[in-house]
Design a protein around this ligand. Structure first.
Ligand code: AMP
Ligand code: MG
Length: 437
């Protein structure tokens, strides 16, 4: 007897001897399937990349400030830096006149103290001279129409519009945590912390292989028009899903439903961190993916999940030299491919890419129509929402057949009807997984 589990690269894998093709369905719950996929996955290696290349990556370090920002008390307005007590009582009827001693711009030194009855013309971001505590907005003055003297018509800015040093960040302050997904706002924070390069996790390299004799690319669309083929929508869609989950894609196929062709394509994915096959994974005569995988030594993790759409989804590992490559076999119906990716592949890729947050935001919404749900399966429906907060109204994008693709373009989220619920009445709450970002 060999070991019951083995560690290969990043993956701890239970050794399963049953083959995919001959095995019976496991019918795992969505949760069990997710747990099985996630177990033992550790983030990929780290690398230092240019800040401009960091968008969508996961931080592989805590970002800690080592400078004070803003570095000086500075003006939040274009206007006049003054002492609050010098402008008290200023109004249109009784303006207060102050002597303007100089002009200070962002990047200038603050210069000497400001005396009583004096003002300094100041621009947004410029350092506020000492002894001033207010910046009067230019609209409340005559804008120094008489050079060297300013008239102040309002005292509402007494004590206002000075942004204190250190308000934004101070040395030692933690700005972003390990595993944070770098969105454009985080790029701004990283730049503010002086990072020209950032330590991040590598992007998972993911091969996407579509399969089916009937599939046509955009250059063969004439066949689709004439009724001789169907568009390979899953190839570009699955590649986009991978990219949106922080992966980089090697798009393969479409492969013919032919063992040799399939094997050739699968071999091209050798060096990838994961392989996603789409189609040919079910019970039909042309469903050769699992046979080819089995002949290549595939170890099955599971086959079949209690979900609709997408129940024929499979997951396992393919030996590649001294490592095992995770393989997802998604069903070919476009919505089945989409939903199984969202539920099972996306969290895996995010974890592999080192991202801390791997779950979609879920909110409870009110359904505007009754929903029937199959017994014993978790049902995922494409829905549109009236808002993105709890209690928003939710309605179906249209017919919910798994072969339909058009509703996916309109879907804000997937409504989730649990296994033990067979009917939801109009007005009742349903959980919706939001498809954001
Ligand atoms: P399969 O999983 O191969 O049995 O395919 C199930 C259904 O999905 C069939 O109607 C296929 O034509 C369709 N299908 C399979 N692959 C794709 C694809 N890449 N793009 C669009 N539809 C597909
Ligand atoms: Mg097929």
């Amino acid at each position: 007897m060999g070991p019951s589990s083995i560690s290969y690269g990043h993956f701890n894998v239970s050794l399963v001897t049953r083959s995919f093709e001959s095995r019976t369905a496991d019918w795992l719950s969505v949760h069990e399937a997710t747990e099985k996929i996630i177990a033992g996955v550790t983030p990929l290696r780290v690398e230092r990349v240019l800040l401009s290349d960091s968008l969508g990556r996961a931080l592989a370090e805590d970002l800690v400030a080592d400078a004070t920002l803003p570095p000086w008390n500075n003006s939040g307005m274009d206007g006049f830096a003054v002492r609050a007590k010098d402008i008290k009582g200023a109004s249109k009827e009784s303006p207060i006149r102050l002597v303007v001693t100089r002009h200070v711009r962002a990047g200038d030194a603050p210069g000497p103290e400001v005396g009583q009855g004096e003002a300094v013309r100041i621009m947004t971001g410029a350092p506020v001279p000492s002894l001033t505590d207010s910046v009067v907005r230019v609209e409340d003055t005559d804008a120094e129409s008489d050079s060297g003297v300013v008239q102040v018509f309002d005292d509402r800015d007494a004590g206002a519009n000075v942004r204190p040093a250190g308000q934004d960040m101070r040395p030692g302050e933690r700005l972003l945590g390990l595993g944070h997904t770098i969105a454009p706002g985080a790029v701004g924070v990283l730049a503010s912390a002086g990072r020209g390069r950032v330590l991040v996790h590598s992007r998972p390299q993911v091969a996407v292989l579509t399969t089916g004799n009937e599939l046509r690319g955009p250059d063969q669309f004439e066949d689709v028009r004439s009724g001789a083929g169907i568009p390979d929508s899953n190839g570009p869609m699955t590649s986009a899903l991978v990219a949106a989950a922080g992966g980089s894609v090697m798009q393969l196929g479409p492969s013919a439903d032919d063992e040799r062709d399939l094997r050739n394509w699968i071999n091209k994915a050798e060096d990838c961190d994961a392989l996603i096959t789409v189609g040919g994974a079910s019970m039909g005569d042309a469903d050769l993916v699992k046979r080819v995988l089995d002949r290549m030594g595939y170890r099955s993790g599971f086959w079949r999940v209690r979900m609709r759409p997408g129940s024929p989804v499979g997951f396992g590992w393919l030996p590649r030299g001294d490592r095992l490559q995770p393989v997802f076999s998604l069903p070919g119906n476009p919505t089945s491919a989409f939903v199984t990716f969202e539920l099972l592949v996306r969290p895996f890729l995010l974890r592999l890419g080192g991202h801390r947050d791997t779950d979609r935001r879920r909110i409870v919404c009110r359904t505007e129509e009754a929903i029937h749900s199959p017994a014993q399966l978790t049902y995922f429906l494409r829905v549109q929402l009236s808002g993105t907060s709890e209690n928003s109204g939710v309605r179906l994008t249209g017919p919910q057949g798994s072969g339909l693709v058009s509703g996916l373009g309109r879907a804000d989220g997937l409504a989730i009807i649990p296994e033990d619920v067979s009917r939801v009445q109009e007005g009742e709450g349903v959980t919706v997984m939001l498809l954001e970002g």
